[in-house]
Write a protein that binds this ligand. Structure first.
Ligand code: TRP
Length: 329
C-alpha cells in the first residue's frame, strides 16, 4: 500500500481550474485503498504578502470548498498545516541537508524572486517545507500539476540525502515520493489567453451562482475563426471545447465536435450545452457548501479532527527522525 499526500494554498474559494486540475483527482484517490492526506498549506501562504484577517478567512473558505467538492473526512485526512507543528520541525531538519544551490535553481524561486526587490528566505526554502509536508507522512505518491514536478524532484533528493547521512544503505527511512500527474490538461481562463488563475480574474468559481457563471460563459472566447455561425470551427483550438471535455459526457463531446466543425451550431448553442453539463457537476457541490455554511463550526470541527489524526503520524515520524539524528529525549 502506498501513502498519498498533497497540499493546496489557502487561496479562498476554488475555481473550476483548481477543481479539474487537482481536487477532482483527490476525491477519486480517497476512494482507493491507499491512505491519503490532504493539507491546506497555510505556512506556505506566509511567504506571500498577506493580511492576517484575510488569511483566516481564506483558509476557512478553502477547507469548506474542499469538503463541498467531495473530500470526505471518513476517507481521507484533511487538515491545516499549521495545526501540526512537526511540519516546521522537519522543515528545519531538511534545511540542514539541502544544498543552497539546489534551491536557487528552482524555477519557481527564480520567477518569484525576480519580481521582488528584497527576497525573503522563506521563498527560497519553500520547497524544503514542501518536502517536509510529504515526508512527514512518508508518502510515496503526490498528486500535483506539472508546475510542481521540479519541487518533487527536490523532495526525492532531500529524502535520499537524509537517508544517506542517517541510515544504513540497505534500509532507507524516507521513501522517494513520485509525482502523480493529474490526467486533465490545465484549463485556460475565459479570456482564452492564459491559465485560469484567480489573480488574472479569468475564472469561474466552484461555488459561483448559476447566473453569474452564465454571464461569464456567454462572452467567453472561442475559436477566432468562427466569426459567423456559417464559419466552420476547430474544436481543438477552442477553450469551450476543452471545458466540454472536462464536464460533458463523451456522446455530447462528439455532438459538439460535429456541430462546431460542420458550422451547424453557433458558439452560443455550444455554450448553453456546456452550461447544462457544468451544472450537473456544480449543483451537488453548491448544495454541500450551503449545508456546511448553515452549520457554523462543522468545518472547524472536521479540521480539528483531521489535525489530530495527522499529528499521530507526524509525531511518530519526527520522534524517530530526532532519535536517528542523535536528539533522543
Ligand atoms: N507548492 C504547492 C503548490 O503551490 C503546494 C504544496 C505545499 C504541496 N506542500 C505540498 C503540494 C506538498 C504537494 C505536496 O501548488
Amino acid at each position: 500500500m502506498s501513502r498519498i499526500f498533497s497540499g493546496i494554498q489557502p487561496s479562498g474559494e476554488l475555481h473550476i481550474g483548481n477543481y479539474l486540475g487537482a481536487v477532482q483527482n483527490w476525491v477519486r484517490l480517497q476512494e482507493g485503498p491507499d491512505r491519503s492526506f490532504f493539507c491546506v498549506v497555510d505556512l506556505h501562504a506566509l511567504t506571500g504578502n498577506y493580511d492576517p484577517a484575510d488569511l483566516r478567512q481564506r483558509r476557512h473558505d478553502m477547507a469548506l470548498t474542499l469538503l463541498a467538492a467531495g473530500l470526505d473526512p471518513d476517507r481521507c485526512t484533511l487538515f491545516f498545516q499549521s495545526a501540526v507543528r512537526a511540519h516546521a520541525e522537519l522543515g528545519w531538519v531538511f534545511n540542514t541537508v539541502t544544498p543552497l544551490g539546489d534551491l536557487e535553481r528552482q524555477v519557481q524561486f527564480k520567477d518569484k524572486s525576480a519580481r521582488q526587490e528584497s527576497v525573503i528566505t522563506g521563498l527560497l526554502t519553500y520547497p524544503v517545507l514542501q518536502a517536509a509536508d510529504i515526508l512527514l507522512y512518508r508518502a510515496d505518491r503526490v498528486p500535483v500539476g506539472e508546475d510542481q514536478v521540479q519541487h518533487l524532484e527536490l523532495s526525492r533528493d532531500i529524502a535520499r540525502k537524509w537517508n544517506a547521512k542517517f541510515r544504513p544503505e540497505d534500509s532507507p527511512y524516507f521513501p522517494e515520493p513520485q509525482a502523480l500527474l493529474t490526467p486533465v490538461r490545465r484549463l485556460m481562463g475565459l479570456d482564452g489567453q492564459a491559465k485560469m488563475s484567480k489573480s488574472l480574474g479569468n475564472t469561474i468559481g466552484l461555488l459561483e451562482a448559476p447566473d453569474d457563471i452564465w454571464a461569464k460563459l456567454r462572452p467567453a472566447v472561442t475559436d477566432p475563426a468562427r466569426v459567423r455561425k456559417t464559419d466552420p470551427g476547430n474544436p481543438d483550438v477552442c477553450n469551450i471545447y476543452s471545458m466540454h471535455k472536462a464536464f460533458s459526457p463523451e456522446p455530447v463531446q462528439a455532438e459538439v465536435r460535429e456541430n462546431c466543425s460542420g458550422a451547424k451550431w453557433g458558439c452560443i448553442d455550444c455554450k448553453k450545452t456546456l452550461f447544462t453539463h457544468m451544472e450537473e457537476t456544480l449543483v451537488p457541490i453548491r448544495t454541500r457548501a450551503a449545508q456546511l455554511q448553515e452549520k457554523p463550526g462543522t468545518v472547524r470541527e472536521i479540521m480539528v479532527q483531521g489535525a489530530e489524526r495527522a499529528r499521530a503520524v507526524a509525531e511518530r515520524t519526527i520522534g524517530e527522525v530526532y532519535d536517528m539524528m542523535g536528539l533522543a529525549h
